[in-house]
Design a binder for this molecule. Structure first.
Ligand SMILES: Nc1ncnc2c1ncn2[C@@H]1O[C@H](COP(=O)(O)OP(=O)(O)OP(=O)(O)O)[C@@H](O)[C@H]1O
Ligand code: NI
Length: 267
């Protein structure tokens, strides 16, 4: 069974012009894709493309002036308020885009225990240590406040929190933003590990170069439209095996691939 299906999904915002006139502004247009267990799908796009909105739609946490059409399905079930109430934080976990989602006044171990409670499980001290260790976090992190963690450690804590209930689907919104290369690779490897254990991962990122080696497929979002879906392994060399011209152009425009762009000059 398909883990996640996004089926002709559109999202618009109401904006009032004067007192009575309403205008709709579309932020996502007719998006369709699906994700299987054990796979990482990278949703790649520039800032403002609509990536976070799609993530928030999956969790039913959209702003009140947003309205949607189309269907989101999780393991065959439509994601409506009723379904979401039982699966949010349990069967689907969100790694939020900002580490400001950690409560600055609560010790990290407590926050992990809360996440576990929301997911319907209890963690004793030993289980907390074990969970932290799995994300390369030392036991002392349990007693620390969020501001005492490095950016990389905070990201890994958010990842530990999002996955504490063993959700089938993990949605990670820019999980490597603000991290140096070493910490970013560590987070990406953690996500790959989750997928290899059978979780599905929707990886939201603006960084195609970083996402491609770790993901199974890449969906490109541009201005709220899905402009390409490609197998990740096609993003290599000159990109000549890529199906869509858009993906090829995107790949060849990357600084490290600039060499290939000069091909055009020989025509
Ligand atoms: N409540 C809102 N009302 C109106 N427009 C909104 C609202 N929330 C978001 N938008 C608009 O929707 C678009 C998509 O926003 P979104 O946060 O999904 O982008 P993103 O791809 O996640 O970008 P980033 O990489 O910067 O996180 C943006 O143009 C944003 O201004
Ligand atoms: Ni975003």
């Amino acid at each position: 069974m398909m883990l996640l299906e996004v089926d002709t999904f559109s999202l618009s915002f109401r904006r009032y012009e004067g007192l009575l006139r309403q205008k709709r502004i579309f932020a996502l247009h007719d998006i369709s894709f699906s994700l299987r267990h054990g796979q990482i799908l990278a949703l790649v796009g520039a800032s403002g493309a609509g990536k976070s909105l799609l993530a928030h739609a999956l969790f039913g946490i959209l702003p009140p002036n947003a309205s949607t059409t189309g269907t989101l399905r999780f393991e065959g079930e439509t994601l409506d308020e009723t379904t979401l109430r039982t699966i949010r934080g349990r069967r689907i976990g969100l790694v939020p885009q900002s580490i400001s989602h950690l409560d600055p006044l609560v010790r990290c171990g407590h926050q992990l225990a809360w996440a576990a409670k929301r997911a319907g499980t209890r963690l004793d001290r030993a289980a907390i240590t074990e969970r932290l260790a799995r994300f390369a976090l030392p036991a002392e992190v349990a007693r620390a406040f969020p501001h005492q963690l490095s950016g990389g450690m905070a990201r890994r804590l958010l990842l530990a929190m999002a996955t504490v209930g063993h959700p089938a689907l993990v949605v990670a919104d820019e999980p490597t933003s603000g991290l140096d290369a070493e910490n970013a690779s560590m987070v990406m490897a953690q996500l790959r590990g989750l997928a290899d254990q059978g979780h599905g991962v929707l990886l939201i990122t603006h960084d195609l170069t970083q996402a491609a080696p770790y993901s199974d497929s890449v969906a490109v979002l541009d201005g709220g439209r899905l402009v390409a879906i490609e197998q990740s392994l096609r993003f290599r060399g000159t990109g000549e095996t890529l199906n869509s011209a858009y993906a090829r152009a995107l790949w060849r425009a990357l600084p490290q691939n600039a060499f290939y762009a000069s091909d055009d000059c020989h025509a």
